[in-house]
Write a protein that binds this ligand. Structure first.
Ligand code: CS2
Ligand code: MG
Length: 404
């Protein structure tokens, strides 16, 4: 079998997505997600100008060799743009391999290690009453674990909380120019325990509660928050401090037993080396789309397993249904799977990406379709052209740029 063509499909059914489509001379085609929120076109060029010409004529069954060639052959390694492009190729080749074998991808990854894939949903509110309503809504949808994000008194906008204009229309995070949001760490640290207190009081001690600090704290502030939340037994505290400095987690780990989740912005195992080998975290958060694909992510899962760390792939709406499908196949197969983030997608998105995975009672299943089980409707995709959009930027009260 040979690769005879590959195209990059950019579409914006609700938000921008970048999808690689690989065609072979024996019929099967493969899809891979290459969406990098806010920098989509950089990956389009990396694929179109530098990768696709090298794919033509290759044997699509040589998944590992192709991955190693794209990783080592570029000379300039790692980074979000490179690894999103490599991920798209990797998943497309696994998709082709599954279709050629007539098997769903999870069967090629060792078969099912569980019956279904546990997920968590997003609950948020500009204030605590609105957050409680949002938790209720997620539970009504079947979720059995929720991430709680609340507005902070005195701040106009906070990560994870959908803000609205005066007229009630949603302020979209995807803006033609970055939205500037305001931040005050002390106000946040004062407010966070009260949020958990209220949610526990309303929903009891058993509901798994997750929280995303979104890279905004210093290590000692993260240690403080971890300790303050211990009475509420969070399922995890995510991205509590920018994790380029992996050693910073030694300080946090010394002060709190709150489980820590890190890694959605990582793109190779080297970003995790100290965090995993020194047991400084409890969950690895990389998504197939941002980590170079299925091939390296299954290796990360194995390294994490040696240190009793579980996988918890990133799964917001900017991971396309193609990336989500690949993740759910891996989630079903790896032994040390922990939990899958799942925010669902807009109906418009699901019209473009018809997927075999299903969501029932808070759990996902990849389905039994060969490969990853996603069909891309290119006609529907063409109806939603790219719409330039950026993630927000955060500034402190004195105007200093901060992590968003
Ligand atoms: C967030 C993401 O879901 C999460 O854990 O950190 O929604 C993140 O803000 C976006 O993926 C950025 O594109
Ligand atoms: Mg996050």
């Amino acid at each position: 079998m040979k690769i005879v063509d590959a195209t990059v499909v950019v579409t914006s059914p609700g938000r921008n997505f970048v999808t690689l489509r690989v065609t072979t001379d024996e019929g099967p085609t493969g899809l891979g997600d290459a969406t990098l929120n806010g920098r989509e076109l950089a990956v389009v060029s990396y694929l179109s100008d530098h990768v696709i010409p090298l794919l033509i004529g290759l044997d699509p069954h040589r998944v590992e060799d192709t991955w190693q060639s794209l990783y080592r052959g570029a000379y300039w390694r790692r980074g979000p743009v490179t690894m999103a492009a490599v991920a798209a190729v990797d998943v497309a080749l696994w998709d082709i391999k599954g279709k050629a074998a007539g098997l769903p991808l999870y069967q090629l990854l060792g078969g099912a290690s569980r019956d279904r894939v546990r997920t968590y949903g997003h609950a948020n509110g500009k204030d605590i009453p609105e957050l409680l309503d949002s938790v209720r809504a997620r539970l009504a949808e079947g979720y059995q674990a929720v991430r709680v994000q609340s507005g902070v008194p005195g701040l106009k906008a906070v990560y994870g909380v959908h803000t609205t204009h005066e007229d009630g229309s949603p302020v979209l995070h995807q803006q033609a120019r970055p939205l500037v949001e305001d931040w005050d760490t002390d106000a946040y640290l004062r407010h966070a325990p009260a949020v958990f207190e209220a949610v526990r009081a309303e929903f009891g001690e058993e509901l798994p509660l997750l929280h995303d600090a979104h890279h905004r704290l210093t290590p000692v502030q993260a240690a403080r928050l971890g300790k303050d939340l211990e009475p509420y037994r969070p399922f995890w505290l995510e991205d509590c401090t920018p994790a380029e400095n992996q050693e910073a987690f030694r300080l946090i780990r010394r002060h709190t037993t709150t489980p820590l989740a890190v890694g959605e912005v990582f793109n190779t195992v080297h970003d995790y080396q100290t965090l995993i080998t020194e047991q400084l975290i409890d969950y690895v958060r990389s998504a197939v789309t941002h980590f170079g694909g299925i091939t390296p992510l299954r290796k990360l899962a194995d390294l994490a397993a040696l240190h009793q760390i579980k996988t918890a792939p990133h799964g917001p709406q900017d991971i396309s249904p193609v990336g989500m499908a690949a993740a759910v196949h891996l989630d079903l197969a790896v032994h040390n799977f922990g939990i899958q983030e799942y925010a669902g997608h807009e109906p418009l998105t699901d019209e473009v990406f018809r997927h075999a995975y299903t969501f029932t009672d808070g759990h996902l299943h990849p389905g039994e379709a060969p490969g990853i089980g996603v069909e891309l409707d290119t006609k529907a995709a063409a109806a939603h052209p790219y719409d330039a959009a950026y993630l927000p930027v955060n500034r402190l009260q004195d105007g200093t740029v901060h992590d968003w």
